[in-house]
Design a protein around this ligand. Structure first.
Ligand code: PPE
Length: 306
């Protein structure tokens, strides 16, 4: 997606103009994928922009950094405040927020210890991730020939730049073959997730999603959907999903900060359910978008006013 520049980027504690937020080509992260990041949305509400699940995202950023032994030189509260300040400074009504923590310019070689840990927070205005119509019509996806990483290779719960080498292979193959997105199986052959989304299916009125441990990211949208399903009295099971259960599911949808709740209408050209957004997906969307847009009371305290 093209980048809509905003005015300023928070860079190691200071605001710098968008075009001046640069790093050296010998930065460690560029060579070895040593970055961890977040993707957060601020939604437009009647009371001004509000950040969705800010604490959960900042917590996951610190956890991702912990796994890779990266010491973030700011406190949890400082990072939270910097995120809010970046939205304010850029005068967004709504935006996508990209905090990025990376091993910077210091030494060359895999050993990262001689490189500083740099932190940036950028914001852009971003529309629908999988296209404007996707939210209502659903998307056509495939099963990737690439598997998600095995649990003892790359830690899936850490949102590390390096994981997205695998995601890029999935995405490129899917686009090349005329699909919008791909779903990967894990190392054992069970359904894992999309290149940048968690996945749910609906079967006989029950929502099913792979548990953490099936090489999935612990998605915040995934957690929100599980909570909303509870509110609506829809049973949820976290269990292994064999590939064929996708084809015979009543409904399938993706969740993610960027993708929000996006229905899937076909997989490998097999029509899912009625071939359009299903009723449970729609009920969850109504709740989700109602809360994010400030039209339904934020009963779980998910929005932080900017
Ligand atoms: N799995 C993966 C691999 C993933 O990247 C995301 C988010 C999710 C699941 C859903 O997690 P959550 O956003 O907490 O519900 N992907 C981010 C990056 C997408 C991109 O293209 O960049 C996002 O949605 O912001």
């Amino acid at each position: 997606m093209p980048i809509n520049k905003s005015d300023k980027i928070w860079f190691n504690g200071e605001f710098v103009p968008w075009d001046e937020a640069k790093v050296h080509v010998m930065s460690h992260a560029l060579h070895y994928g040593s970055s961890v990041f977040e993707g957060i949305r601020a939604y437009k509400t009647a009371g001004g922009p509000a950040v969705w699940m800010l604490d959960g995202h900042v917590r996951r950023l610190f956890e991702s950094a912990k796994v890779y032994r990266m010491e973030i030189p700011y406190s949890f509260e400082e990072v939270k405040e910097a995120i809010l300040e970046t939205v304010r400074v850029n005068k967004h009504e709504a935006c996508y927020i990209r905090p990025l923590v990376f091993r910077g310019y210091g030494e060359l070689g895999v050993d990262p210890r001689g490189c500083p840990v740099d932190v940036v927070i950028a914001t852009i205005e971003w529309g629908r991730y999988l296209g404007q119509e996707a939210i209502e019509q659903g998307v056509d996806v495939c099963i990737s020939s690439w598997r998600r990483m095995a649990p003892d290779t790359f830690p899936a719960l850490a949102k590390c730049g390096a994981n997205y080498a695998n995601s890029q292979l999935m995405k490129l193959e899917a686009l090349e073959n005329g699909y919008v997105e791909a779903i990967a199986l894990d190392v054992a052959g069970y359904v894992s997730e999309g290149s940048g989304e968690n996945l749910f299916i609906v079967r006989d009125g029950t929502l099913i999603t792979p548990p953490l441990g099936f090489s999935v990211l612990g998605g915040l949208t995934r957690s929100a959907v599980i909570t909303l399903a509870g509110d609506l009295g829809i049973p949820v099971q976290e269990q292994a999903i064999p590939r064929e259960l996708l084809y015979i599911a009543d409904e399938v949808f993706f969740t993610g900060t960027a993708a929000e709740i996006t229905p899937i209408r076909s997989i490998d050209r097999v029509t899912i359910g009625a071939g359009r957004r299903g009723p449970i997906t729609e009920r969850l969307q109504v709740e989700f978008f109602g809360i994010t847009e400030g039209e339904i009371p934020d009963r779980h305290g998910w929005l932080t006013p900017v």
